[in-house]
Design a protein. Structure first.
Length: 77
């Protein structure tokens, strides 16, 4: 399973999401949307999100914000 967390600097929900994934020993990659315009367009135009973090697992499994319920489910998979 490939997990991508789209973040931006000084984002408390982003930090909380990364901390929870780290604590659950879930592997993921980070993309800073302030440094990657294509990633920014992907999460805003294609996925329709307006806030970070965006956690992307696949086209049917993604969400925005610090979602404890979704992160726990992801860690259990």
């Amino acid at each position: 399973m490939s997990i991508t967390v789209y973040t931006k600097p000084q984002c408390d929900p982003c930090s909380a999401t990364k901390t929870m994934l780290d604590n659950k020993k879930v592997s993921y990659r980070i993309i800073d949307v302030t440094e990657d315009p294509d990633a920014y367009r992907f999460i805003t135009d294609e996925l329709g999100y307006r806030q970070t973090p965006v956690v992307y697992v696949d086209e049917n499994n993604h969400w925005s914000g610090f979602r404890i319920d979704a992160l726990k489910k992801l860690a259990a998979a």
